[in-house]
Design a protein around this ligand. Sequence first.
Ligand code: NDP
Length: 303
Amino acid sequence: MSHETLTQDHQRQPVTILGLGPMGQALAGALLQAGHSTTVWNRTPEKAEALVARGARRAQTPAEAVTASPLTIACVIDYDAVHTIVRPAAEELRGHTLVNLTADTPARARDTAAWAIGHGIDYLDGAIMTPTTTIGTDDALVLYSGPEAVFERHRSTLQNLGGRARFLGADPGRAAAHDVALLDLFWTSMSGLVHAFALARSEGIAAAELRPYVQGVVGLLPDIATEFADRIDKSRHVGDQSTILSAVAGIEHIIHAAEQRGLDTGVLYSARAIAQRAIDARHGEDGFSRLTETLSAPATAAS
Ligand code: NDP
């Protein structure tokens, strides 16, 4: 058998998908599209119908589903649901691979990896970083962590979920750790975005009027992220362009303006409190990247 035939066969290894929410359906659809024999199971079986019409096989139970394939991918709402589904199928999963693409905390990823190892199951934990519409396209990004040999064994199949399958290391919590850090950025930014539009609206400025300037501010972030990453890894937080003292003065203007219009100021108070901790620890003349270290220190200690 030629190398090419071997590769093609491997790419088309049977795969099982547990969970058919929007993301599970997208994953199963991409595998079918790539020519994999795909077995699916979902708590609510009707959600499999469109996939069955495209050639997927619907299993009656998780145990039947995982028996059908050497590789099972779980993608449900949280790890409690994962455990509810896979624990009764542990014996059938023994000697197989379970890739868990459900989002949760790094600690839960590590606990689930330990459970899987204890049952003779090869386990990779993963995090999907892009929306359902990207799955199966070059725009998808899925992060993986766990045993590298297991990732390599299934790499070509996992690549069929989307263009970028990134392996991050042996710690099974590492993909989830990237996920929560990036979602931290996303949701705090989203919170700032809606607050900015609400503050503008309270001053009679339509969202469409503010939008070009919002995009200008958002456009500053990539360069700031690059600069901060360098400063944080070197622990060099020079306040050469702007200081924490100056940032707090700016935050206070926003708090006053928001209070005058009766808007919620909880997030802004939190932002100011963290900066104030750094000032209290005599870092007021440093740059804003210093707050990474302030946040890493216990709240009661001078940082
Ligand atoms: P949900 O997060 O809403 O998960 C829905 C799935 O979870 C369904 O299969 C549902 O089954 C199942 N489920 C929920 N509770 C249980 C339970 N107690 N027992 C068994 N199954 C249960 O939808 P998504 O598919 O969108 O997300 C799945 C994962 O993918 C999540 O971790 C999410 O964070 C992640 N993700 C999603 C993205 C997206 O764009 N949707 C983007 C990136 C990551 P049922 O149909 O029976 O209710």
